[in-house]
Design a protein around this ligand. Structure first.
Ligand code: GLN
Length: 322
């Protein structure tokens, strides 16, 4: 296994070097003022196998905020605390084919629910389901889940939080609309404060890879064998990642990469390659989690080099679930 790791490491180093050149085809997010400050050429990746193998390359020490990746965690926490049917009675599980912060699709669902937990309307609705009277109390189970998965408690990036809070007209519009039609289960301002804070939790590619490998193991931490996320919740989360995780590029990502993934406008992506029966196999490929960070984004808001790097790795290592 060690030899395999060394051998794979050289490949991954080469691929990161190659795809870093692609960062200049994208742009860092600018609608949240503080996200503009980051170096667009950054690119880092960690791949964690269910067998404990770990490969990291590029700018791996770099911290970045979860942004939309937090929607995955809020959804998991809401299912764990309120129950799956409670959550899914209030938010649907259908892709929109529109941008994450679109206000066009709000009224179109014939079920009269937000389309899915990964567009802002659905995510804000899910956040309003979290228990607790203040944003910090609502966030506590998210931090606890992260601490269980990562082995440390990540911190809130207060500067990013304030930057988003102070430039959040679109999300406030969505919030007011949800309030008007009676979807919010908590006070609007507390819900939005919680949402902006969950988006502003700092992580690294190692952290995303760990989250990914736990999901690849149906919610069980492969290191400790502890079940952190109930199997059924992990399954639904992965189905949502595959269908809605990469915004309105989810179909292309499923086609060309073929694994459940969730991205955020900071340039992070968490990808999950579940174990798969193959005729020929590297032990490493029996399920892994991948964390990528590359803040230069494509026109859909996904990391441009990150997606290309994932596509390359998935094809080289035959990771597609299909
Ligand atoms: N905080 C961001 C927003 O709501 C998250 C969006 C994203 O990562 N796509 O606009």
């Amino acid at each position: 296994t060690e030899q395999t790791a060394e051998w794979l490491q050289e490949y991954v180093d080469d691929w990161v070097k190659f795809y870093r050149k692609h960062t200049n085809e994208g742009n860092v997010a600018s609608y949240i003022p503080l996200l503009k400050e980051v170096d667009p050429d950054l690119l880092g990746i960690t791949i964690m196998g269910r067998n404990g193998m770990k490969i990291s390359s590029g700018d791996i020490g770099q911290q970045f905020t979860l942004q939309s990746i937090s929607k995955l965690l809020t959804f998991i926490v809401a299912c764990m605390t309120r129950g799956i049917s409670y959550v899914l009675n209030r938010v649907d599980v259908e892709p929109t084919g529109e941008a994450f912060n679109s206000i066009m699709h709000l009224e179109l669902n014939e079920l009269k629910k937000p389309f899915n937990p990964f567009v802002n309307a659905g995510a804000i609705t899910v956040t309003s389901m979290l228990e607790g009277k203040t944003s910090d109390l609502k966030l506590e189970p998210i931090f606890e889940l992260l601490e269980k998965m990562l082995g440390y408690r990540p911190s809130l990036n207060v500067d990013v939080y304030e930057s988003e809070r102070d430039s959040s007209m679109r999300n406030r519009a969505i919030g007011y609309y949800l309030l008007e039609i009676g979807f919010l289960e908590s006070d609007l301002n507390i819900t939005l404060e919680t949402y902006f804070k969950q988006c502003s939790i700092d992580v690294t590619v190692d952290d995303l890879a760990k989250i990914g490998v736990i999901l690849a193991s149906d919610g069980v931490d492969p290191d400790t064998r502890e079940e952190i996320i109930p199997r059924q919740v992990a399954r639904i989360a992965k189905a949502l990642m595959l269908t809605c995780g990469m915004y309105d590029a989810s179909g292309k990502f499923a086609t060309y990469v073929g694994v459940p993934a969730k991205s955020g406008v900071s340039g992070g992506i968490v990808a999950v390659a579940p174990p798969r029966v193959r005729e020929e196999n590297l032990p490493f490929l029996d399920g892994c989690g991948i964390g990528v960070f590359g803040p230069a984004l494509d026109e859909k808001g996904n990391s441009i080099a990150g997606i290309r790097l994932l596509r390359h790795i998935a094809s080289q290592w035959d990771l597609s679930i299909f």
